[in-house]
Design a protein around this ligand. Structure first.
Ligand SMILES: Cc1cc2nc3c(=O)[nH]c(=O)nc-3n(C[C@H](O)[C@H](O)[C@H](O)COP(=O)(O)OP(=O)(O)OC[C@H]3O[C@@H](n4cnc5c(N)ncnc54)[C@H](O)[C@@H]3O)c2cc1C
Length: 393
């Protein structure tokens, strides 16, 4: 029986596997990370490539080493130097640098050896721990950490689901099958979405097909440096949040604190320049329905009845669905173990992020405890601080 099984080997699962084995002292042989992908951080790699981002939105201290300065130090090494680019404000690292550092850590800390390729599809109590079911057999562990993330649930508006069912040319930039490099950009490519990923995707596509891409947003640009105020990373806001015992209030707090559908100032400037030069078109409209047209393209109609938008291809960049990640197998475990959930469906966990004795959460599943930054890299660091203490006991 393992000591720890981490389900999900993306940003959160990989970072937690590092902290538990190298900081909290869990022997490498007693911990495994279960993830369907052949390599760590697979979805992070795919989606950051898809949107074409050049720099992270988060500062350099939010990296995958427990030492916040590790990425700065790495930038001075032979391996880091070729990628050593930062942007201001807040010294945000280039995506290439963050990636090279993550790969360096995975290799040097031997984190790949911890991985088991597969997907959890059941979780039951077993002896003094749990049994996790996969297609290739069961894994047993005294403690299980759920680090699933929301990244397997791209948000498809109802009109887009209907359109997809007709076989129309529509994709989602966060669909695991979508590769931006393979997207057939043509005369009228329409990107739907109002946040940083939509803006970056539209810019990346327009770069390859100037004048042929339209970004459709349902609200004017919301400009915020970060996706939530940095005060949420420490006691400034978290103290009051954690004193709130009404979880409906906590959810409301997360919703108002998270700057959903926002862009940082540098992306605002890049958009302005691309629109000004005619490289990219911008249209303010909330799409309500879509139909195939005679030319085998798509006609998008907006809520305000303004002129329809014609497209030969629609690319959604509408983020992720708000529903609790995990799906049917986690629903079954919740019922079997009687795991407590708030009205929004998300876990009610204690300060150590335990949902049940021996069952821990990180990322989106921990947000009712860790607040609006729980899903981010900083959230993985916050989760590791708490879960690492348990592992040391
Ligand atoms: C384009 C983009 C840019 C971002 N930029 C930043 C940024 O600059 N700074 C920042 O702090 N945050 C950023 N984020 C937000 C966040 O840090 C990332 O989404 C991050 O990948 C979340 O980590 P995660 O571990 O929760 O999800 P992931 O990294 O996607 O990992 C989750 C893993 O769990 C696996 N999984 C799911 N179900 C199962 C199962 N049943 N069994 C086994 N494995 C399973 C998935 O396949 C996946 O591999 C960005 C997000 C996106 C999409």
């Amino acid at each position: 029986m393992l000591e720890w099984l981490i389900i999900g080997g993306g940003i959160h699962g990989t970072y937690l596997s590092y902290v538990l084995t190298h900081v909290a002292g869990v022997p490498m042989s007693r911990l495994r990370v279960l993830d369907p992908h052949a390599t760590p951080l697979a979805l992070w790699e795919q989606f950051t490539t898809n949107v074409g981002m050049e720099f992270l939105r988060s500062p350099v201290v939010h990296n995958l080493d427990p030492d916040p300065q590790a990425l700065v130090k790495f930038a001075h090494t032979a391996a880091g130097l070729p990628h050593a680019r930062f942007t201001e404000p807040y010294r945000r690292p280039a995506l290439d640098l963050f990636r090279a550092h993550a790969q360096y850590l995975i290799e040097h800390q031997r984190l790949k050896e911890l991985r088991v390729q597969g997907r959890a599809r059941g979780l039951q109590p077993y002896a003094d721990g749990f049994r996790v079911e996969t297609a290739d057999g069961d894994l047993t562990a005294r403690r299980v950490l759920l680090a699933l993330g929301v990244t397997e649930q791209p948000y498809w508006p109802v009109w887009a689901q209907t359109l997809r069912a007709t076989g129309a040319p529509i994709t989602h930039i966060f669909d695991t099958a979508c590769r931006r490099s393979e997207v057939p950009i043509g005369q009228q490519t329409v990107v739907i979405g109002g946040g940083i990923s939509a803006a970056q995707t539209a810019l990346a596509l327009a770069h390859h097909a100037p004048g042929q891409v339209t970004l459709v947003m349902r609200h004017p640009l919301r400009v915020h440096q970060f996706d939530s105020d940095p005060g949420w990373l420490g006691p400034k806001y978290l103290r009051g949040y954690q004193r709130e015992s009404d979880y409906t209030q906590r959810r409301a707090c997360i919703q108002s604190a998270r700057h959903r559908g926002s862009v940082p100032p540098d992306v605002e400037q890049a958009l302005g320049a691309a629109i000004g030069s005619g490289m990219l078109r911008l249209r303010m409209a909330e799409v309500r329905s879509a139909t195939r047209n005679a030319a085998r393209g798509i006609t998008l109609c907006s809520a305000d009845g303004s002129e329809p938008i014609e497209a030969h291809l629609v690319v959604l960049a509408t983020g992720f669905a708000a529903t609790r990640p995990g799906g049917a197998w986690l629903d079954a475990a919740i019922a079997e173990l009687g795991l407590p959930c708030a009205a929004c469906g998300y876990p009610l966990v204690d300060e150590a992020l335990a949902w049940y004795p021996g069952l821990y959460v990180s990322g989106a599943l921990a947000e009712l405890e860790l607040g609006p930054a729980a899903r981010n890299i900083a959230g993985a660091r916050m989760a590791a601080e708490r879960i690492g203490k348990i592992a040391r006991l």
